[in-house]
Structures are given as structure tokens and as C-alpha cells.
Design a protein around this ligand. Structure first.
Ligand code: ADP
Ligand code: MG
Length: 335
């Protein structure tokens, strides 16, 4: 309970893409190498994610959707050393409060899969008269999570959303970001019933392969410069692909990962726009993939979980270090 009280309570799922980001991070935490997403009506009617990760033990199915249930955090001190994505145990609970959720999962050592159906954090009978206990069923190793009728009980939230096609684009954007970053994991994303996927990557593709696959051949390696740097004094590492002066986009694209989590940083975005402002023709914008690994204690984890915005300790120092690397890469590209 202490841990519970110290964590900003009440994560709220704002839109389908929000929910999906949490589900993808859970699949990655579970060691999945295959993640398949299916959506109907922009994820509002149906949002489904299948992974081949380690699965959930049958006994844990009763509690996974309860608030603050997490297998990833033991005590409050762990909060400052979070290595996995999850640490709040709020995502599944929140989703189960605003959608009809079912989980089918199988661990390697179990003979069959089990399915649980949830409402408001608790197992419920899938049909009236049935028991709420997880039912044995057929299934592959891994976890299949289905969220249906998102926001069926929150009409105001539903009204605030854009069109299903706009929500679907956001879903594709989230899947694309994680697909690009996670070489070694294959991702797919499609509309239910569609024969062709809107995102499709393979386990063998590199980050640059994934960039090209998803953003098109225009993001060819000739137009990108790459760099890897370590800054030992702050235990900070970066890996980046950035567009050079011969390549400009209609708007700034920043694919930013901090400790493998897709995040936003206005400080980094502003820095990037500054670095490129003299370089690109008026109206032209850069394309940047940037992955940062940093001691978790140097990342501010107290921002509200639904906010993607991240702050660092020593932010100015870090942002300036990245800026120096970008400038060096761009100078080399132009010489
Ligand atoms: P958190 O990720 O913060 O621990 P979540 O609400 O996202 O909390 O998930 C609750 C728990 O459910 C996780 O800690 C994990 O044990 C289990 N879980 C959720 N999704 C998966 C999955 N795809 N594969 C295996 N376990 C999962
Ligand atoms: Mg999680």
C-alpha cells in the first residue's frame, strides 16, 4: 500500500492508441519476439494484441487486471531503477474499467491455455450462469488480449475522440515506432478482416531496414547519418539516425526512445529544430530517430503516466551533448 500511495494514482486511458502502447510494452516485457495487432473501427470496437511472450500463470489471471498488480516492482526503491517498461500495474486495470477485456494466455509449462474475462478489474463470467474462473482452452504459448467496445461506459471520452480512421492512424503510428526500434521482434498491424497489414516487420530486420520498410525508400541510407556515442560521466548512451541537409520533410519526425520506451521531449525537439533551422530550406523539416539509454534514476518518472513527456536530471547537459553529436554528424555529411 505504501508503494501504491506514493505512485500518482489514476492512470486514465485516453484513446485506443494509448491503451495499445501499454499492451505492446507488456508484450515486450514478456520477452515476445512476435507481436500482432488487429483493430476494428480505430480500436474502439476491437483492439487485439497477440504475443509469443512468457504468458501469464493461471493463478495470476485472477489478479492481473486489479489495480497495482504488477510482477515488475517489489519495493518503492525499485521505482528509481526501473528497467522494464511497466512498474505501475495500472494499465490492464484501467483498460478493464473502460472496455470489455479478455485474456487468453499460455505459459510454456502449461498443457493448455486459459481464458479470463474481465470487468472493472475482476474476473467475470463470460456468460450469465457460468463461473468466473479462467477456462481452459486451446492456444499458443504467449498472450492474446482483446479489448472490445472501448469507452462503452464513458460517453464523454468517446465523444472527445477523432474519427475511427484518425484513431487507427495513431494506432499504426504507435506500432510503427515500436516496430522500428525493436529489431529482433516482428510486428504486424492491420484492420480486422483486412488481408494486408499496414505495418509488417520481420525478426531479422535492422533498425535501418525497419525505417525504410515503414517510412518508405525516401528514408534511404544516403540521406541519413548515423552515430553511436557513450557519455561515461553520466552513464548515458545514444544511438541515432538523422536526415542530412539534402533531405527535408513536411514536418519534423522525431522517433524518440528513452530506455526503450517511446516518449516525447520538448527540450530535445526544440534542440533538433534549432540545429536544422539554418541547414534546411525554409519550410523543410528533419527526420530523426534517437534512442537514449540512461540510468533510470536520471529520468524523471514522476510525470503523469499518460503524459509521454519526459524530463531528465541534468537535462541541459544531456540535450547539449546530443546537440554536439548531431552537429558533428551533419558537418561530416556535408563535407
Ligand atoms: P505493469 O506492466 O505496470 O506491471 P500492467 O497492468 O500493464 O502492469 O500489467 C499487469 C501485469 O500483468 C504485469 O506485471 C504482468 O505480470 C502481466 N502481464 C500483462 N500483459 C502481459 C503479457 N502480454 N504477457 C505476460 N504477462 C503480462
Ligand atoms: Mg504494463
Amino acid at each position: 500500500p505504501t508503494v501504491v500511495n506514493r505512485i500518482a494514482a489514476g492512470e486514465i486511458i485516453h484513446r485506443p492508441a494509448n491503451a495499445l502502447k501499454e499492451l505492446i510494452e507488456n508484450s515486450l516485457d514478456a520477452g515476445a519476439t512476435q507481436i500482432q495487432v488487429v483493430a476494428k473501427e480505430g480500436g474502439l470496437k476491437l483492439l487485439q494484441i497477440q504475443d509469443n511472450g512468457h504468458g501469464i500463470k493461471k493463478d495470476d489471471l485472477a489478479i492481473v487486471c486489479e489495480r497495482f498488480t504488477t510482477s515488475k516492482l517489489k519495493k518503492f526503491e525499485d521505482l528509481s531503477k526501473i528497467a522494464t517498461y511497466g512498474f505501475r500495474g495500472e494499465a490492464l486495470a484501467s483498460i478493464s474499467h473502460v472496455a470489455h477485456v479478455s485474456i487468453t494466455t499460455k505459459t510454456k509449462d502449461s498443457k493448455c491455455a486459459f481464458r479470463g474475462t474481465y470487468a472493472d478489474g475482476k474476473l467475470i463470467p463470460p456468460r450469465s450462469g457460468q463461473s468466473a474462473d479462467p477456462k481452459p482452452c486451446a492456444g499458443n504459448d504467449g498472450t492474446l488480449i482483446t479489448a472490445e467496445d472501448l469507452f462503452y461506459n464513458v460517453p464523454t471520452r468517446k465523444k472527445a475522440l477523432r474519427s475511427p480512421s484518425d484513431e487507427y492512424n495513431r494506432i499504426v503510428d504507435v506500432v510503427s515506432r515500436y516496430a522500428i526500434h525493436n529489431s529482433g521482434v516482428s510486428f504486424s498491424c492491420k484492420r480486422q478482416g483486412s488481408l494486408s497489414a499496414d505495418v509488417q516487420t520481420t525478426t531479422t530486420a535492422t533498425i535501418i531496414d525497419n525505417l525504410r520498410q515503414i517510412h518508405g525508400s525516401s528514408v534511404s541510407s544516403e540521406l541519413l547519418c548515423s552515430g553511436e556515442r557513450s557519455f561515461d560521466s553520466l552513464d548515458f548512451k545514444m544511438n541515432t539516425y538523422i536526415s542530412n541537409a539534402n533531405y527535408s520533410m513536411k514536418r519534423t519526425t522525431l522517433l524518440l526512445f528513452i530506455n526503450n520506451r517511446s516518449v516525447d521531449s520538448q527540450a530535445i525537439k526544440r534542440m533538433i529544430e534549432n540545429v536544422y533551422s539554418d541547414l534546411l530550406p525554409k519550410g523543410g523539416h528533419p527526420f530523426v530517430y534517437l534512442s537514449i539509454e540512461i540510468k533510470p534514476e536520471n529520468v524523471d518518472v514522476n510525470v503523469h503516466p499518460t503524459k509521454q513527456e519526459v524530463h531528465f536530471l541534468n537535462e541541459e547537459w544531456i540535450v547539449n551533448s546530443i546537440k554536439d553529436v548531431f552537429q558533428e554528424l551533419l558537418e561530416n555529411a556535408n563535407s
